[in-house]
Design a protein around this ligand. Sequence first.
Ligand SMILES: *Cc1c(COP(=O)(O)O)cnc(C)c1O
Ligand SMILES: [Zn+2]
Length: 400
Amino acid sequence: MYRLVCVHCAATYAPDQIIYTCKHCGHLLTVEYDLDGIDVSREEWDRRPLSVWRYREILPVQGEPVSLQEGGTPLYHLEKIGKELGLPELYAKHEGMNPTGSFKDRGMTVGVSMARQLGMTSVACASTGNTSASLAAYAAKASIPCVVLLPAGKVALGKVAQALMHGARVISIRGNFDRALEMVHELCISHGLYLLNSVNPYRLEGQKTIGFEAIDQLGDVPDRIVLPVGNAGNISAVYKGLRELEALGFIDRLPMMTGIQAAGSQPVVKAIEQNLDELVPEPAPETVATAIRIGAPVNAEKALVAIRATGGTAAAVTDDEILRMQQDLARMEGIGVEPASAASVAGIRKLAEQGLIDKDERIVCVVTGHLLKDPETVVRQCEPPIEIDADLHSLLSVLR
Ligand SMILES: *Cc1c(COP(=O)(O)O)cnc(C)c1O
Ligand SMILES: [Zn+2]
């Protein structure tokens, strides 16, 4: 049992209404469950495989979901980076290990299942890349046509490749992500496609399971959860889910929610630092971390609550800091992520160096997408392979 509730004015809507913003005040909606009526124990959850669907009692989908076996991603102990930073309890949850290589799959398994449950016959999104890759795959699985709008020239190669190969109608617009989202929102309202950006309250329900899994894997609530912030849907979703676990009596405290943005696109960081109630959008967001190249995060209102209510914080990292951490994760820990993902750990490095983190904190950094998503950024950073004649002498002379 659940309903849709406006995050601002608390107006409520039936769960089968196709609606993304409140009719009264225009703010976003969230899914609210009747938690008293939910009958599940942690032991029951523990008996199921680690996955999004372990937690199905607090997800909105009835019946068989549209699933590609998402979730159940590894939680790695960052032993060497943690040692360097003086943080012995530093972990990374590698969301790049999902079916299409990012956490978006957790949202899309629920979002596309809901599209089907609500009788929608086509789906759409705007995307910095991963949302389109994921939606294209889940739409294919569900046999529903899919339209994706991308900011022209600003999407990593691997992500476009996925959207194209999974059969989406891929459209590049001459404008940034924020404009693409406005356009696709209008298209969905006027032409009845189902919108699967993070304004969609059901999509975020899937994403909240990152926090559930991290707790189950650690066997305890971490002191801090750190996420890269673009549209701020993921940090909001994880916080919402943890509040539900608390209300169910499964946990008794919340981690400090910590959001990391790129220096060239940091409206949430500024709102936290300046204690603003409303965000000032960044008109020209720029960063190598294209997945968080977003100037007007639609879920900012929820994210500010998540950060403030848990005593968390927000910080910005430069592109150099992001790329350095991408390399450190790859070379010191064997963990391959795309630039936006490295932002969470780069943010922790920065906060630790500034003395803003307690050394015995247990910290889970969510690393959001796979290394292979953005090969072009890798090629720009690394030396190309050395080409030699096909003889052992040449080989030995370059290895010397
Ligand atoms: C979508 C995405 C983000 C940003 O998540 P939001 O929910 O928009 O804040 C970060 N990293 C990667 C790899 C992503 O795909
Ligand atoms: Zn409202």
